[in-house]
Design a protein around this ligand. Structure first.
Ligand SMILES: [Fe+2]
Ligand SMILES: [Fe+2]
Length: 301
């Protein structure tokens, strides 16, 4: 979207006070995670979990679930966090705090479907990053997790038209951004950039939010945008999309994002695409478990 149109959209969003407030733990969490995995402060993670009673309860419930099969029940947040492992706790923190940024009755998409897609894309982007040797797989994870936050803005700024856009996308089996452009005149990529700027999230993540459907010149957004673009496509083709079928044949090896990554990361040549795609079914299970934990008791799943 051109700068003047973005400015118009920005003032429209601000005027109707539709900008979701940043979740209180998001910035400290991003700060806490913005360092090498071995240096992440576990005490700080325990502290952030403890801020929110419902997240603390979820951690304890998940740590005591059959999946983790502890010999002694986890009764404290600390034991639960240690048992689950930092990255799983991080998933719970992000999905919980972000799912609360708009009121339950303002969701135009099913929030559990939204989080399945976002978490799925995050896991796939991180795996992609690890396989090709991208130096910061956790950054790729975050970019995948946040890539569609513009959807939250659209729920707030134009719920009726956004609902029509979603119905149009499902009925015509087209990408959501195309239906939004036709119905709203802007996409969740545009509104996502505006929200990312308002929340002051790092610029490379904002680029991934804005450019993940149309990467344009790959040099602009770099590898992060290309990875999120491909991960989003993969998820939408493998039952981790927005709950409708997109009948497209994607020749990944000729996708601009793929060609761009292949030039920079020779590791991509070793990726067995068939096996990688197959492994997404495991991610779908993992994501399903997490989303069920987040939405248990909220009646939104
Ligand atoms: Fe998207
Ligand atoms: Fe997406």
């Amino acid at each position: 979207m051109k700068n003047e149109s973005l400015d118009r959209l920005r003032s429209r969003i601000i005027k109707i006070d539709a900008m979701p407030a940043i979740p209180v733990i998001l910035r400290p969490l991003l700060r806490c995670l913005d360092q090498p995995a071995e240096q992440v402060d576990m005490n700080r993670i325990v502290e952030l979990v403890s801020y929110d009673k419902s997240i603390a309860a979820q951690c304890i419930r998940m740590a005591n679930s059959a999946l983790f099969a502890r010999s002694t029940p986890a009764e404290t947040v600390r034991t639960a966090v240690l048992s689950l492992g930092m990255w799983r706790v991080r998933d719970l923190l992000f999905s919980n705090s972000l799912s609360q940024v708009i009121p339950t009755n303002r969701w135009v998409v099913d929030p559990s479907v939204f989080w399945r897609h976002s978490l799925g894309c995050a896991l796939v982007a991180r795996r992609f990053a690890e396989i090709i040797g991208y130096p910061d797989p956790e950054k790729a994870y975050l970019a995948g997790l946040l890539h569609d936050i513009g959807v939250l803005v659209n729920c707030m700024v134009a719920p009726e038209e956004f609902k029509i856009a979603i119905q149009k996308a499902a009925a015509e089996q087209i990408p959501l951004n195309e239906a939004e452009q036709a119905t709203l005149g802007f996409t969740h990529c545009d509104s996502g950039r505006i929200l990312g700027e308002a929340w002051k999230i790092p610029p490379d993540l904002i680029d991934a939010i804005e450019l993940h459907h149309d990467i344009g010149d790959p040099n602009r957004g770099g590898p992060l945008v290309a990875m999120v673009h491909l991960s989003d496509l993969l998820c939408r083709l493998r039952d981790l999309g927005y709950g409708y079928y997109e009948p497209r044949q994607v020749d990944f090896a000729n996708e601009p994002g793929w060609l761009y990554l292949a030039m920079q990361f020779p590791g991509l040549a070793d990726l067995d695409m068939a096996r990688f795609t197959f492994s997404l079914d495991d991610y779908a299970r993992e994501v399903g478990e997490l989303v069920a934990t987040v939405f248990a008791g909220r009646g939104a799943a």
